[in-house]
Write a protein that binds this ligand. Sequence first.
Ligand SMILES: Cc1ncc(C[n+]2csc(CCOP(=O)(O)OP(=O)(O)O)c2C)c(N)n1
Length: 476
Amino acid sequence: MMELLSGNEAIARGAYDAGATVGVAYPGTPSTETMEEFATFDGVYAEWCTNEKVAVEVGLGAAASGVRVLATMKHVGVNVAADPLFTASYTGVNGGFVILAADDPGMYSSQNEQDSQFYGQAALIPVLSPSDSQEAYDFTRAAYEVSERFDVPVLIRSSVRISHTKTRVERYERSSYVPKDYTSDPAKWVMMPAFAKPRREVVLKRVQELSDWVEDCEFNRCEIKDPSCGIVCAGAAYQHVKEALPTASVFKLGVTWPLPERSLREFAEAVEHLYVVEEGSSYLTQAVRQAGLAVSEPPCELSRAGELSPQAIRRAFGFADAPHEAQRSDLPTRPPALCPGCPHRLVFHELSRLHAIVTGDIGCYTLGALPPLKGMDTCVCMGASVSMAHGFELGMKSPKRENSDKRVRPIVAVIGDSTFMHSGLSSLISTIYNAGSGTICILDNRTTAMTGRQGNPSNGITLQNRLSHEIDLKRL
Ligand SMILES: Cc1ncc(C[n+]2csc(CCOP(=O)(O)OP(=O)(O)O)c2C)c(N)n1
């Protein structure tokens, strides 16, 4: 059956067709639609968790019990989930556990750029990097086999171009997966030092097994054309390379950790110059160099900032022409703005008038930082408004500041309802515990607006519209 699917939809279908029955996520661009799609399938359970750490822990529990699980998040969500993720590499899984990390090079809707492949390398869990929706489907489906065969969570690393572009996908029969049995095994699951030390040996042995497996893995392929120029690439970068340098030889990686070092060495021997083209980081370049291969630099440097494009690659490789660029620059820019009539405007207006130091947070309301409101001093990561307000309070109370009139500016944290539940709550508890006295404004618009109006604990609307509790913010 052939369908036109976005990478996100393809990942959801891949998981479903692999027999996954539990989905856990916290929304975040560009990953959000994946779980929204998965939640619509027959016979699955899916939920928004309060944050990504919780999602990975719920997912790990479900996988431990023996079912196949999909967890989805954006790249910064992986930072939040990193704690359970690194130790899940030690415990392993039981039912297959696949985690989508959707990166946002170009920062279309993010506070930073990160390459999630580093997480796979650091946590020693395999990373599959699809370059179109068919691969997103195929890799996700196969990731469950990999997860169970090597008893390890598997990371699917996508990026905005893959997540949101629709390409053709051929689907296969849904697997008739039967959940595995669960038997208590503290030596595998209770990660205190006495048990974690032997598990470390298991992890290291697994790295060797994965390194053997990846050499013959069908997700990597070598396309030999012009032997003077060989390019190693993966994900969206592969599509850009094919368009920009159609005659180049290409080693296309589907698995980006661990690397198929022997196969890469053979490719390097078959080409005169070996290059790595990648987006937003030097992860792959470093990894290929670590494998002992000499990587050449293109004539002009490829920027590590922003999204890659065929034009940028052509320029880096010394071609003067840059197709499509003129059309691009004709497009008007459309900076985001608070919706007309948004009640939060007044909050920022008032805070500006009070000349408050406003520690902000992430959500629609971050736009209150822009003119004409200009009502925000900081915005770093989800939850940081509350803890940074406490930090400002500590700094402003400093005795060295005795004669400064700056100390009289009120300090106010501004945070949305979903963001408060995500991680503002633990900051609030810390502030109260430490006798902080700042003001916190929870901008409760009864929804997670920024990512498309998902439910959250303070409005009590769950992903699959189950009967639920609504947390009372005032009482809390
Ligand atoms: C760790 C992390 N996860 C997810 C996101 C994506 N994200 C940014 S703000 C936000 C929620 C915003 O909802 P809310 O706080 O209710 O504010 P609103 O947009 O409704 O004003 C989400 C999911 C992120 N930036 N960082």
